[in-house]
Design a protein around this ligand. Structure first.
Ligand code: FMN
Length: 222
């Protein structure tokens, strides 16, 4: 029996015949990123593909606005293009989280850190507690600080009670990659070329991380 969609937290439940409910229940993974030049955004799309490869799971892509020294110069409420800006409702509704930022001096970019620093109430309320989370980044250079960025992005997620998910060496591309892709999270060495695309291994590992977070979230939901 076909039914109608209802929103209930992060899940969209479709009414179906008794005993078939699980077949049509969708849960969402929030893929939240900041990208100035597009490299992290490309990685985010691969991660979202991986999320969508897990039955019953879909990705919700969101970004954060840039920050400026003159904070009175407010951004429009909706970006001109790309993913919508994140809201705290997105954090409440997701069943898992993937957080992406360019590497800036071996650390995450200020706009992502600024957004995380606004989440005091969500920290107190445990909005993200118990949800699986992974991280991803892009750098210009091979040894420009991917691991330090990924590990430091995990720290606030641990404070929020997230279950940190990495990429295991059972993923063959982790042993073969000659550029990005780490056990700490997905990554891309963008270099300085115009319009750099993730290598095959970087893309595979990004999809693997998306799949892994989505699969763990699905099991936890069950
Ligand atoms: C202020 C600043 C600091 C940066 N720091 C680093 C760094 O520490 N290591 C590195 O390899 N690349 C560094 N980069 C380069 C970016 O990480 C790289 O271009 C990244 O791919 C940008 O991602 P996006 O295209 O999504 O904005 C820096 C770039 C800027 C603007």
């Amino acid at each position: 029996m076909e039914g109608y969609p209802m929103r209930n937290g992060g899940r969209i439940a479709i009414l179906v015949a008794p005993g078939r409910e699980d077949a049509l229940t969708m849960a969402e993974i929030l893929v939240l990123y900041y990208s100035r030049g597009g490299s992290v955004a490309r990685l985010a799309r691969q991660i979202a593909r991986g999320v969508g490869e897990v039955p019953g799971m879909s990705a919700r892509l969101r970004t954060v606005p840039p920050v400026a020294a003159v904070t009175q110069a407010a951004q429009p409420p909706v970006p001109d293009d790309g993913a919508p800006y994140v809201s705290v409702q997105d954090l409440a509704e997701c069943e898992g989280l993937l957080l992406g930022s360019p590497t800036r001096f071996g650390n995450m970019a200020a706009p992502m850190k600024h957004f995380l620093d606004t989440l005091g109430a969500e920290w107190v309320n445990g909005t993200l507690a118990g949800k699986p989370a992974g991280v991803f980044t892009s750098t210009a250079s091979m040894h420009g600080g991917q691991e330090s960025t990924l590990l430091s992005m995990q720290l606030p997620l641990l404070h929020h009670g997230c279950l940190i998910v990495g990429i295991p060496f059972t993923e063959p591309a982790l042993s073969h990659t000659r550029s990005g892709g780490t056990p700490y999270g997905a990554s891309h060495v963008a270099g300085t070329a115009d319009d750099p695309q993730p290598s095959e291994e970087e893309a595979q590992l990004a999809r693997a991380l998306g799949r892994r977070v989505a699969d763990i979230a699905r099991r936890l939901c069950a």
